[in-house]
Design a protein around this ligand. Structure first.
Ligand code: SF4
Ligand code: SF4
Length: 249
């Protein structure tokens, strides 16, 4: 059975945020709703201070704590969909338990503190047509949390399931450079200028993602939580920097 996984090479990532922009455009996300983001950290202090960054999609955990806490079963992991974790917007009651339970901070409730006011959904309630604002993708699916986030629900990255689900069966990797698979490759992977992202089947021993994880000792973030992400990081900085409280002057 296919188990979709992503590999992000931090030695190649330049922190350019092209992935973030591509995700927002592909998924019609609202202001402040960054299903894919790049988080920046400053480490150390003068004269050895440095800026580092961490690209961060949903980890599509094998043992997702967001699913365990959801009282309505709106959040669910779909093994038939490559193990992707979805939010059923018809069932979500907006209690935000899942946002607290997720150790990676990848879930969004865009109504709480709108970054841009007034809310685009109030200004452009839409006519139900795909081309009318707020712009809907043609693959909207409220049971999988794909499309414009309605009010009062939580949203998150879906690994671009509306693209990935159309890939030829049994394919090991989805790759921008392969004309057979590029249309099915998640937007962030397809767009990444330095090609820091890879996407493929973790259950296929022939996949590039498996080779990279094995050869370069891929790590999963915060593995001690037991969530077991399906996203792996490569590179010398492949870990979340430890929090250091600011020095008192
Ligand atoms: S990263 Fe967070 S939201 Fe995504 S599956 Fe894991 S626990 Fe759930
Ligand atoms: S906010 Fe929605 S998805 Fe999250 S725990 Fe509550 S009901 Fe479930």
């Amino acid at each position: 059975m296919t188990k979709w996984g992503m590999v992000i090479d931090l030695d190649k990532c330049t922190g350019c945020q092209a992935c973030t922009t591509a995700c927002a455009m592909e998924n019609n996300t609202l202001p402040g709703e960054n299903w894919q983001d790049v988080l920046y950290y400053s480490e150390g202090s003068y004269p050895t201070a440095k800026l580092t960054w961490l690209p961060r999609p949903c980890m599509q955990c094998e043992n997702p704590s967001c699913v365990a806490v959801c009282p309505t079963k709106a959040t669910y992991k779909d093994m038939d969909a490559g193990g992707i974790v979805f939010v059923d917007w018809n069932k979500c009651i907006g209690c935000k338990y899942c946002m607290i339970a997720c150790p990676y901070g990848v879930r969004f409730y865009a109504d709480e503190k709108p970054v841009v006011e007034p809310d685009v959904r109030d200004v452009f309630p839409g006519t139900g047509q795909l081309h009318a604002p707020p712009y809907q993708g043609p693959d909207s699916d409220s049971v999988r949390g794909i499309g414009i986030q309605p009010k009062g629900v939580v949203s998150k990255c879906t690994f671009c399931y509306h693209k990935v689900s159309k890939a030829p069966e049994g394919v090991a990797d989805l790759d921008e450079d392969n004309p057979e698979t590029k249309e099915y490759t998640p937007a962030c992977v397809r767009t990444c200028p330095p090609k820091a992202r890879y996407f493929g089947d973790l259950d296929n021993p022939e996949s590039e993602v498996n080779r990279l994880i094995a050869d370069q000792r891929g790590v999963r973030l915060k593995d001690h939580t037991g969530n077991r992400p399906q996203v792996y990081y490569l590179g010398s900085g492949a870990d979340v920097p430890a929090y250091q409280s600011p020095k008192k002057s």
